[in-house]
Design a protein around this ligand. Structure first.
Ligand code: PCA
Length: 142
């Protein structure tokens, strides 16, 4: 079985976790969330977090991929789904940008419960960019 995943942070092409986790995934295109979400950088590791507060913040840009069961499991593990402080994987509405498919579709995304965010280092982002990624500290390296 395969799954659609919308990524907005370190899993995007060329960003710090892409090479290790997404190379086997099929890139489908760029897109945005349909609803607004707060995108923040959290804590000493500057982790990008889409807060689970739809309606606040901005429409957020990202990339849509198709992954298989194993790929989804590896992503859940990276994002600590089901573990304390981890993300929750939720199906959200996304819209592809550019030609092709203007219609909204549902894809999984990793959302962060707001109570798991200790210190907000930047907030209200609409795109996670290189200048944010250079501050990112991988898990287990501190
Ligand atoms: N990785 C996931 C969630 C946040 C992060 O850095 C992503 O890129 O969508």
């Amino acid at each position: 079985m395969t799954h659609l995943v919308f990524v907005y942070g370190t899993l995007k092409r060329g960003f710090p976790n892409y090479a290790a986790y997404m190379q086997a995934a099929e890139f489908l295109g760029t897109g945005t969330t349909v609803e607004k979400y707060p995108l923040v950088l959290s804590g000493d590791r500057y982790v990008p977090c889409l807060l689970d507060r739809p309606g606040e913040g901005c429409v957020v840009a990202g990339e849509l991929f198709r992954v298989d069961d194993g790929g989804l499991r590896r992503l859940d593990d990276l994002e600590a789904v089901g573990r304390p402080g981890g993300y929750v994987r939720r199906s959200i509405a996304v819209r592809m940008t550019g030609g092709g498919q203007p219609a909204a579709m549902e894809a999984f995304a990793y959302l962060m419960p707001p109570e798991n965010v200790a210190e907000v280092r930047a907030q209200g982002l609409s795109v996670y960019r290189r200048e944010h990624a250079v501050k990112y500290v991988r898990k287990g390296t501190t």
